[in-house]
Design a protein around this ligand. Sequence first.
Ligand code: SF4
Length: 313
Amino acid sequence: MLKAPYKTLKDYLEQRFGTRVQRVTLEGGFTCPNRDGTKASGGCTFCTDDGSSSGAQNAGDTIKTQLLQGISKQKHRFASSKFIAYFQSFTNTYGEVNYLKTLYDQAIDHKDVVVLAIGTRPDCVPEEVIDLLEEYTAKGLEVWVDIGVQSTHNISLEKINRAHSYEDFVDAVNRLARRKNPLLKICTHVILGLPGETKEMMLETASRLSLLPIDDIKIHQLCIFKHTAMEIDYLNGDIKVFEIDNYIEILAEFIARLRPEISIQRVLGEGKIGELIAPEWADHGLKNKFLEKLQGYMIDKNLSQGSLLANKT
Ligand code: SF4
């Protein structure tokens, strides 16, 4: 495998913790204000019934049980010694602070957990939640606040029924960054290929995000999953998805517009057979081949993370 011309999460974790670090996905039983009628109902048009595109795990057990099961499974596969406790599905800061604390406390209750990662929305990060998260950094843990934004263009956010604005995202990022806490990290998620977005709009998202104090990013191409609002639009021919080469071309230019300090946690959306409708090339198991293709393309085109930064000196 070629050396990636961008900063991978693996690079960051190995440098920071000196060992392999694996995710254990935890299901906290949360919902989302974009589904329960508080902000809107129906959710984002790409959102599946498990609140993400990659599926929840271990639902039904206590967080502590899920954690121990997840760690034992990972140790069996990789003999890894450190873990990220990851609340992925739905909005994992959407609850009373005392309740959140009972769940997060269980998630870190193992000596090998080094990161608490929490997926959420920009409008669900109030100051009291940030205060709680800082209690965990005071114990020496890294806390990653994973805030989905998907696009920096409000017209796109409206189209996909996000029920928050780009300004909400900037506000949440700035309030987190204002704590000046090096263990409190900000990660964001974006989707390339949203309905109506041009290449220029997608690349502008990269440039805008590079100006914000984010630490990490997850990028993936638009995927259409079964039982989502987008499924109908896709089947009606109103939405298109990327061909793999087209995605690689835009992704490479997107990465080239990101600040080199930002760790790239993901560059590909994958789906399980039977759940993913499109693109067909994004079946599970593609990742290594995809990374090789992306890295080869970037090297051929002389692109690397930050090489096309708008304000490069
Ligand atoms: S904010 Fe997240 S969990 Fe809520 S509807 Fe959108 S994608 Fe689903």
